[in-house]
Ligand binder design. Structure first.
Ligand code: HDE
Length: 705
């Protein structure tokens, strides 16, 4: 049946379904009419050429029900732009979240460097900091077991300084030559396209088993460092040794460390797994919400300074990026703080297009010969050429220096500048204002003597792959050791090739015989596989308790989030008192209720909820409380979402404030209350318990390797 279209091309209207005048106008999409409806001062929509657009709803057709016309430049421009909206995601560190802020120096390093960012106390240098996971794609989740990137761009008065680090102070490999192999091995397997964002598969562990230099980093990767509670509770490290150069050209080696003001905190593995289902954006949301609340994430920057002579006395080679310098050997000196206080205006323009590069250093900072760093100095610029489409990516606002810059580089894709004048070369005598190199201000490299023999070689000083792995493992608290052993069991249980599992356990024997045995038991191995030959005897290095997490967690509710479960009939005064006490000590509080609209309290008032019970599991909180009437408690004891809420909180070692009405739910979850389960009326008792996890509960809720 032929339909009669409306004169302005909107959907056919039947008399019985005539839209209201407002709906009809919206449907036709006349820009002017929409402007009036919204009552705002909207500018007229235009094409990229500035041509005003009359209709943003309908493409141009030869007749109302006829084909579209090529002549429709408005449609073609819109669709063409849309088709090209995506740029290649980062080959590693694709998923990230970033924020603006500042770095403020508190201690001058003038004796060691000329870099103003490290010498001018009190000056606030703008920064843009991006945190990332490594293995997953841009759309993957925030909370897999993975190393986190920690990249800071300092917009210094002498050009951009990019400190492109991770949340772990060592790396998997010693030489840039192996990076593509490492990344291929850890990413999705090429034939099947899975697993996404996970190292628990054959190719990764095959690579590890054949590259024992990975062993130290693998210990860190299997520790709770790779399941952080929040981006705000992660440490960061520049990893490589860099050099500082002073005015006399003297060099001092430096390692950079970021320490979170809130202290380091991690999740437990089962919680991290469940977070992947509960909230894909858990870390991004947490960073956003803390900045929105004015609760600005902050880190202290510290340095380890040492000379060539100091380095010669270390029982390892500091140029080997699989080694760290224990702070018991070279203490950390705090020099400043970084505060992140502004969320980006636009994710793509800033977070996606930001281009970090470890080669970006101002005069006074220089590189070491670390062979991994040397490879990185090439890779990052190269990768931006394909990611951002050409050599002018430094002109994108997020990448441009905030100090004056001048050079003779010209033209190229997406050139945004309009250089004036005749001279685009140097030297020239035709113009008096063209840029010239400056001996006084210019970047200088350390004049290092080199009398070696050219070749593709690994220095012998890089040969010991196990001593620091052992030091790391043995420095951990017993519970952290158990987490690490259990993580190895989990990961290797996902490896289907038996000889790969065996080879890894073979290496573990050099790290620690007990660890190897525990992992072998956890994998159900009947006998310990043979240990490979080592190139060097394994040393028993001094232990470094500073490498732990659990003992170093700060007992605080600052930055922590507490969920309070309420339902119809809850006592509003109890909820308000608890909330007040928690907020007073710096916690943020969210109300959870069976319905997001809220709960009708005992006194008849409505308490709106921040989250619906079924969609807001307890994994997203640091501790939970509940104020429920006995009737509602009994009713919720039959709801899986409520029972899981408490069972998971208990299993994840969180403090629980459970009122009498809640006891029925705890019983349904098989929870035997311990000292971490208190009454919500005892706010101080709850605060004390919620400042940490109930670590002594762990053996009661799971068997660790
Ligand atoms: Fe990277 N790395 N990397 N990397 N890396 C990239 O650069 C590379 C390494 C790190 O938030 C890429 O812009 C090589 C160590 C971070 O945008 C790429 C080698 C450390 C980020 C690249 C390494 C890092 C990257 C991908 C071995 C810790 C994300 C996209 C020689 C110190 C930065 C891009 C952001 C990103 C190469 C090793 C940290 C391909 C070749 C060691 C935090 O250029």
């Amino acid at each position: 049946m032929a339909r009669t279209p409306t004169s302005r091309g909107a959907a056919p209207k039947s008399p019985s379904a005539t839209p209201s005048s407002t709906q009809a106008d919206t449907y036709r999409g006349n820009a002017g009419e929409l402007q009036q409806q919204a009552g705002g001062k909207h500018p007229v929509l235009t094409t990229q050429q500035g041509i005003p657009v009359a209709d943003n709803q309908n493409s141009l057709r030869s007749s109302p029900r006829g084909p579209g016309l090529l002549e429709d430049f408005i449609l073609r421009e819109k669709i063409t732009h849309f088709d090209h909206e995506r740029i290649p995601e980062r080959i590693v560190h694709a998923r990230g979240s970033a924020a603006h802020g500042f770095f403020e120096l508190t201690h001058s390093l003038k004796r060691y460097t000329t870099a103003k960012v490290l010498t001018e106390i009190g000056v606030q240098t703008p920064v843009f900091t991006r945190f990332s996971t490594v293995a997953g794609g841009a759309g993957s989740v925030d909370t897999p077991r993975d190393v986190r990137g920690f990249a800071v761009k300092f917009y210094t008065p002498e050009g951009n300084w990019d400190l492109v680090g991770n949340n772990i102070p060592v790396f998997f490999i010693q030489d840039a030559m192996k990076f593509p192999d490492l990344v291929h091995a850890v990413k999705m397997e090429p034939d099947r396209g899975f697993p996404q964002a996970a190292s628990a598969h054959d190719t990764f562990w095959d690579f590890v088993s054949l590259m024992p230099e990975t062993m130290h980093m693998v210990m860190w990767q299997m520790s709770d460092r790779t399941i952080p509670r929040s981006l705000r509770t992660m440490e960061g490290f520049g990893i490589h040794s860099f050099r500082l150069l002073n005015a006399a050209g003297e060099s001092t080696f430096v390692k950079f460390h970021w320490r979170p003001k809130l202290g380091i905190q991690s999740t437990v593995w089962d919680e991290a797994l469940k977070l992947q289902a509960a909230d894909n954006d858990f870390h991004r949301r947490d960073l956003f919400e803390s900045i929105e609340a004015g609760d600005f994430p902050e880190w202290e920057l510290s340095v380890q300074l040492f000379t060539e002579e100091d380095a010669e006395r270390f029982p390892f080679d500091h140029l080997d990026p699989t080694k760290l310098i224990p702070e018991e050997l070279v203490p950390l000196q705090p020099i400043g703080r970084m505060v992140l206080n502004r969320w980006p205006d636009n994710f793509f323009a800033e977070t996606e297009q930001v281009a970090y590069c470890p080669a970006n250093v101002p005069p006074g900072i220089d590189f070491s010969n670390d062979p991994l760093l040397q490879g990185r100095l090439f890779s990052y610029l190269d990768t931006q050429l394909s990611r951002l489409g050409g050599p002018n990516f430094a002109q994108i606002p997020i990448n441009a220096p905030k100090c004056p810059f001048h050079n003779m580089q010209r033209d190229g894709h997406m050139q945004m500048q309009v250089p004036k004048g005749r001279v685009n070369y140097e030297p020239s005598s035709l113009q008096s204002d063209t840029p010239r190199a400056s001996q006084a201000q210019g970047f200088r490299h350390f004049a290092q003597a080199d009398d070696g023999v050219k070749g593709r070689v690994r220095p012998e000083s890089f040969a010991d792959h196990y001593s620091q792995a052992r030091m790391f493992f043995r420095s951990q608290s017993p519970l952290e050791q158990a987490h690490l052993a259990s993580a190895l069991v989990f990961e290797l249980s996902k490896v289907t090739t038996v000889h790969v599992r065996e080879a890894v356990v073979g290496h573990l024997q050099h790290v620690d015989a007990d660890l190897a045995q525990r992992v072998a038991n956890g994998l159900g191995m009947q006998a310990l596989p043979p240990a490979p030959q080592t190139a060097e005897p394994v040393q028993d290095l001094a232990l470094s308790p500073a490498l732990r997490i659990i003992d170093r967690m700060k007992p605080t509710l600052q930055g922590r989030c507490i969920g309070i479960l309420v339902a119809d009939g809850s006592n509003g005064t109890s909820v308000a008192n608890l909330r007040k006490a928690l907020e007073k000590v710096g916690a943020s509080v969210k109300i959870v209720s069976p319905k997001v609209g809220g709960a009708l309290l005992k006194d008849g008032t409505l308490l709106p909820a921040d989250g619906q019970l079924a969609g807001t599991p307890s994994v997203v909180f640091d501790a939970v409380a509940s104020v429920l009437s006995p009737d509602m408690g009994a009713a919720l004891a039959k709801e899986a979402a409520a029972v899981d809420w408490f069972r998971d909180a208990f299993g994840h070692l969180k403090a629980i404030a459970a009122c009498k009405g809640t006891r029925a739910i705890l019983a349904a979850g098989g929870i035997e209350p311990d000292t971490g389960v208190v009454d919500p009326a005892d706010a101080q008792g709850f605060i004390a318990a919620a400042q940490t996890r109930q670590w002594d509960r762990e053996p009661k809720v799971r068997t660790l390797a």
